[in-house]
Design a protein around this ligand. Sequence first.
Ligand code: CU
Length: 172
Amino acid sequence: MHIHKFEQFWIKLSFVLIAFFIATVVYGFVAMDLKVIGDHATIDPQNLQETKFGNPGVREVTKNGQTEYEVYVQTIQFAYSPGTAEPIVVPANTRVTFYITSPDVLHGFDVAGTNLNTMAIPGQVAKMTTIFPESREYGIVCNEYCGPAHHIMEGIIKVVPKSEFDKSNLVE
Ligand SMILES: [Cu+2]
């Protein structure tokens, strides 16, 4: 069977492109350490008061003998609780796990300048773990349209040196 040389060229090019796209995905996951954020758990969005989200904030936990922090955040129209009225304060060089959910509508939780980025879906709990290497402030922005004041929905994560971390603001 004769295949015209232009036809051969485009057939070969399509295979090269498919291989390239697969390679970029593999590179992202292996070399850049990207993680898919799992549906950690489901939750009743009408009843967050009964859960740790009812008293959101930073908690100290011990895992495998290490001190770590858990941060429960509610995303609400149009603020992060905590995060907007008061910053989320966590220590540097320590494992921090965020648990994020929404009681109302879909929101985003995007920590600008990092690869921490998740949707906050009513009824689901997003979980993501990180270690902030340096002491600085990060902005949180909502990147899912959530209503008329979506554009002003923002928050702050303040990463402080371990020695300056004030445990009196932890929640029980
Ligand atoms: Cu929003």
